[in-house]
Write a protein that binds this ligand. Structure first.
Ligand code: PMP
Length: 443
């Protein structure tokens, strides 16, 4: 394995790092140089276990030869082909393979390049669908507080994270609104798996229906388990109730499965885990094991037919990306699905989730820990914020973890955890023990 040496003289100014406090990072950079299996290697040669699957994406672990070979072969066979008015077989094959594992009926696949593009695409499909079906008044898009649906104009507007919205006030589309979030420390702290309390929060849809009129609402988008805001498993029964209310009012339900898709909960998708089927589902990340940018929106046949064959349908959807169904992404995606199938990774989490839950909840009595959450192979440990500096304690623990050999995604004062699905029990112990040491030291 080649380890690329990062020279000491490397200049850091030019790269404007996304979602990063640039000045703070550049003063004390943390650099990965290579990765294999469950581990990154830092530029100074230390092994760091990956507690967050990159950014929730390297579900089959790092450095998979099968994907590398497929990508290399594709680059030298057909490096690019348009999916507008032309086709290439891999695009159809990849869509068929995704349809095979899709929740029942969600087997029409629209390709994008990222979770953000999948979010905006699904919202636009919802609008176009209603219009094509004689319900052009349904233009309102509803998200949820504490939701994250990427950084496009649509995703930013229906998203519910204050920092992501505040700086871009005019980026918020008119006619968007939000239902309440379900995070309730007072009632649900330290819940194991799904919290008991809060299914009734789904009824918040009725408030927006009463306020705006159901005939103005196109869609509701939620993450089945919000990830970026610190892993917030839904209260028992909540998603079922949301589904019923959307159906009752003719509102399309969109699940953002960019994180929960591809085995994260021990089922292929969260829709399977919760037994709730949305009308549209957005994915990305694990679709290519994080290797080549790719995303996909899964749509119901009703929606596809409504747009492509309905009475007022357009003969095409005026939407798509130069790189939709990019041949290299399709090759990487098919190789990824082969790995998931051969290694049983889409359901492997089910046999580990109890171990994962118990390992995380063993941290309960550590200093400053105010909540621990888990669902499938997602988890979060939340610390009390310092009064003078919210997120500072989270940052200190994150840096201490990195120095001790654990990479975790910090989300304020919580740690969003999602190991690659190849994780072994002793590696879960390793993750939890390093985090435990870091929390103690920072306290
Ligand atoms: N939706 C969810 C639920 C996500 O977690 C993310 C990324 N963390 C996105 C959308 C956006 O994906 P991307 O960064 O690929 O645009």
């Amino acid at each position: 394995m080649t380890v690329h040496q990062i020279p000491n003289t490397l200049q850091l100014e030019s790269f404007w790092m996304p979602f990063t406090a640039n000045r703070q990072f550049k003063a004390a950079p943390r650099m990965f140089a290579s990765a294999q299996g469950m581990y990154y290697t830092t530029e100074d040669g230390r092994k760091v276990i990956d507690g967050s699957a990159g950014l929730w994406c390297t579900n089959a672990g790092h450095g998979r030869r099968e994907i590398a070979s497929a990508v290399e072969k594709q680059l030298t066979t057909l490096d690019f082909a348009p999916a507008f008015q032309m086709g290439h077989p891999l695009a159809f094959e990849f869509a068929n393979r995704l349809a095979e594992i899709a929740p029942a009926g969600l087997d029409r696949i629209f390709f994008t390049n990222s979770g953000s593009e999948s979010g905006d695409t699904a919202l636009k499909i919802a609008l176009a669908y209603h219009r094509a079906n004689g319900q052009a008044s349904r233009t309102r898009l509803i998200g949820r507080e504490r939701g994250y649906h990427g950084v496009g104009f649509g995703g930013t507007s229906v998203g519910g994270m204050v920092n992501n919205r505040r700086a871009f006030t005019s980026a918020q589309l008119p006619g968007t609104d939000h239902i309440r979030h379900t995070h309730d420390l007072a009632r649900n702290a330290f819940s194991k798996d799904l919290p008991e309390h809060g299914a009734e929060l789904a009824d918040d849809i009725e408030r927006l229906v009463a306020l705006h009129g159901a005939d103005t609402i196109a869609a509701v988008i939620v993450e089945p388990v919000p990830g970026s805001t610190g892993v917030l498993p839904p209260p028992k029964g909540y998603l079922q109730r949301l589904r019923e209310l959307c159906t009752k009012h003719g509102i399309l339900l969109i699940f953002d499965e960019v994180i929960t898709g591809f085995g994260r909960l021990g089922t292929p998708f969260a829709a399977n885990y919760f037994g709730v089927t949305p009308d549209l589902m957005t994915t990305a990340k694990g679709i290519t094991n994080g290797t080549v940018p790719c995303g996909a929106v899964f749509a119901s046949r009703t929606i596809y037919d409504g747009l492509m064959t309905g009475p007022e349908s357009q003969i095409e959807l005026f939407h798509g990306y130069t790189y939709s169904a990019h041949p290299v992404a399709c090759a990487a995606g098919i190789a990824t699905l082969d790995i998931y199938k051969n290694e049983g990774l889409l359901t492997r989490g089910a046999s580990l989730s109890d171990y994962w839950r118990d390992a995380l909840h063993a941290l309960k009595d550590l200093p400053n820990v105010i909540d621990i959450r888990n669902c499938g192979l997602m988890g979060a440990v939340e610390l009390a914020p310092r009064k003078d500096a919210p997120a500072a304690r989270g940052y200190d623990v994150m840096v201490d973890c990195f120095n001790r050999g654990l990479y975790l995604r910090q989300s304020g004062d919580a740690f969003a955890m999602s190991p690659p699905l190849i994780v072994e029990k002793n590696q879960i112990d390793e993750i939890v023990s390093i985090l435990s040491d870091a929390i103690k030291r920072v306290a």
